[in-house]
Design a protein. Sequence first.
Length: 454
Amino acid sequence: MSSDDVAHALERARVLARAGDDEAAKQAYLEVLQRDATQFDALNEVAALAYASGHRSAARTAYKQAVMCHPSNPVARVNLGNLLFEDGDLSDAETQFRAALRVDPDLPEAHQGLARVLAEVSDKAAALHWQKGFAGHAVVTRQYRGPGPSVPLLLLVDTGGGNVPTQQWIDERRYAVTAVYTEFYDPIHPLPPHAVVVNAVGDADRCPAALARAERVLALTDKPVINPPARVRATGRVENARRLARVPGVITPETRLLSRAALLAAGDLRFPLLLRAPGYHTGEHFLHVADRAALAEAAAALPGEDVLAIEYLDARGPDGMARKYRVMFIDGVAYPLHLAISADWKVHYFTAGMATNAAHRAEERRFLDDMPAVLGARAMEALAGVGAALGLDYGGVDFALAPDGSLLLFEANATMVIITPEPDPIWDYRRGAIDAALAAARRMLARRAGCGET
């Protein structure tokens, strides 16, 4: 291919991508790469397209190829680093961000990525990179991928994580998204044009400063807001345990936020006990402590200054298996999302072995098909009470059932993830429930933005 041919082929791929024809766009990019496997723009853009459509493995492969072929291009390294970070590969992500900074010491995106990595491992050097990465760069316009006019959307986010996952329901072919990193936004400046605001700062335990700044940002707008910060702030684990215990039919674990010294000195702890680092999810930094003899070692293994001491609620059924139900609350309606069944006390869908147990999948299917029949009247009333108490436009609750039909609360907040199943046919029974929840979120967003329902 001549340089003119490459430019023409790239433009064709971009036109197809903007028109929303992802498959045709991918083929057009691949045609360029068949002629020149090192072409940077094609590698970078096909990776971004794969990422946007949920094909993370393909995106990683293309970004790695871009780095291998263009090791001195900092953009390639930042893009790969961001994906590695999202996948939990902190060491390799740090390598990419530091390599990018050796090429361009002032690149904001590289400082941003490195700050996130260092913050995850509680490295105090993160503060310097937060400042270099976001000071003066608090507003980021994301690429609009639609073929026609867009709906402007303002997305409030936290620099250090703790954000609501929105990729599945904010369609970048319909909405032109401008992200505002609240901690670094100077309210002296007017906000970018927008029809609706989505507050994605979702973790009350991890992001108190970002939530406070989000409220200052929102003082500058009169547009509809999804998940106002004041409602999110009330969903910390300690606060939830206190206020949701007042909902009839809900059993919450006694939850205390303590320094390590206060934890070790506390004489009224009941064992077994759960210890958790505030602001972490998916079982990360979450430990079961059988007795006082194991307390000091467990506390020392957790990051941060403080720990959450959480009463252990036994979620095992008569068969000895622990169950965790997840229900989403979207625009005031409860949607069943999944049921994980595990022999482990720490129940998570991705580690529960649901793929290898047909009986457990059948039980989950019954829950998704008829939630009221499976949970019973007491739990359904409790669930409605939890949703009303939360008052979130988008959020969810994880829970188990007590023998009397009460709801055993694990957590309830805005950061619940809706993950689409793998293409394997064994998961076909889950698709309807997940599609229903995502469709509800999209309808809510469209209605609040004043652009009709989808």
